[in-house]
Design a protein around this ligand. Structure first.
Ligand SMILES: NC(=O)c1ccc[n+]([C@@H]2O[C@H](COP(=O)([O-])OP(=O)(O)OC[C@H]3O[C@@H](n4cnc5c(N)ncnc54)[C@H](OP(=O)(O)O)[C@@H]3O)[C@@H](O)[C@H]2O)c1
Length: 272
């Protein structure tokens, strides 16, 4: 059994990875910026990876690092990977595991408009490269959009009286818990470099994702198709961020919504 540091162990993905690794018998550390009660038996360390605070101490003695921390600010994501690989290299970490997005290198981000609409894909390519070139044995898994990330976006959109939906955009979202299962298996194995893609069981248009949410919450809204310009958007309309051959996920968007809604009604999570 190994000592494993999970960055972002309090986040959408990481919080599912932590208990899986614990159950598998590993010593699990989580690096977080906040004091937390967290899970029993997990060693929480305070630090800020983007600021390089507490990172050296958190990686010291860790054999494996699963990097699930993420920021909405691109520069912070770069800084996090830069600091983490530097500290992990000094600490002689034997396996660094990263998470990227399906289609990262299939969405061309060339123009200003591409960067505005789809810069995240270029960022992920950059992050993948930084991990691969760090000189640490590595594994990177690409996943599609997590249900809870989709929910966050859809909830913001339905605040508008008319909801703009990117026409032709299709997604194959997945439950973060299922991505975590794959990561836990990868963490238990040897570094494999690119570990392929993991995707949800069904493909949805953006309008279908929005409609599913509206139906689950008994709301009514008009949607307005919006043609997103640029080569990146064209690639997304062409299916660049889908992985139909890798549809390993079991839970559907509808099931996720129904269960999340039921949990909200039972007072176990935020209201939808
Ligand atoms: N979300 C998606 O749909 C999606 C899809 C495909 C791939 N991915 C990839 O999967 C990974 C995880 O995504 P996610 O959505 O689970 O991320 P997330 O929930 O947005 O990540 C938040 C986590 O990152 C930690 N964090 C943020 N800034 C930090 C800092 N400066 N220092 C230390 N910790 C910091 C937070 O910890 P504290 O707040 O506790 O400090 C929190 O645990 C990312 O690499 C992402 O690119 C995500």
């Amino acid at each position: 059994m190994a000592t494993i540091l999970v960055t972002g162990g309090t986040g959408r993905l990481g919080r599912h990875v932590v208990p899986l690794l614990r159950t598998a018998g590993h010593q699990v550390r989580v690096l977080t910026r906040h004091t937390t009660d967290g899970e029993s038996g997990v060693d929480y360390r305070l630090g800020d990876i983007a600021r390089d605070e507490g990172v050296a101490a958190a990686v010291e003695g860790a054999e494996i690092v699963v990097h699930c921390a993420a920021s909405t600010k691109f520069a912070e994501n770069r800084a996090m990977v830069r600091n983490l690989v530097e500290r992990a290299s000094v600490a002689q970490v034997r396996h660094l595991i990263g998470v990227s997005v399906v289609g990262a290198d299939r969405v061309p981000v060339r123009s200003r408009i591409d960067r505005m609409t789809s810069g995240y894909f270029a960022l992920m390519v950059e992050v993948e490269r930084m991990i691969a070139q760090a000189g640490i044995p590595w594994t990177t898994l690409r996943a599609t959009q997590f249900f809870d990330a989709c929910l966050l976006v859809v909830r913001m959109m339905v605040k508008l009286p008319v909801i703009p939906v990117a026409s032709g955009y299709r997604f194959q979202p997945i439950d973060a818990a299922e991505v975590a299962e794959r990561l836990a298996v990868l963490a238990a194995g040897p570094p494999v470099g690119p570990a392929g893609e993991v995707a949800g069981p069904r493909v949805y248009t953006m309008k279908e994702l929005v409609r599913g949410y509206l139906e689950a919450t008994h709301r009514r809204r008009l949607t307005l198709p919006l043609r997103i310009p640029g080569g990146a958007a064209r690639a997304i309309r062409g299916g660049a961020i889908l992985a139909p051959g890798q549809a390993g996920g079991r839970r559907t968007w509808e099931e996720f919504l129904a269960e999340t809604l039921a949990a909200a009604e039972a007072g176990r999570s935020h209201a939808l």
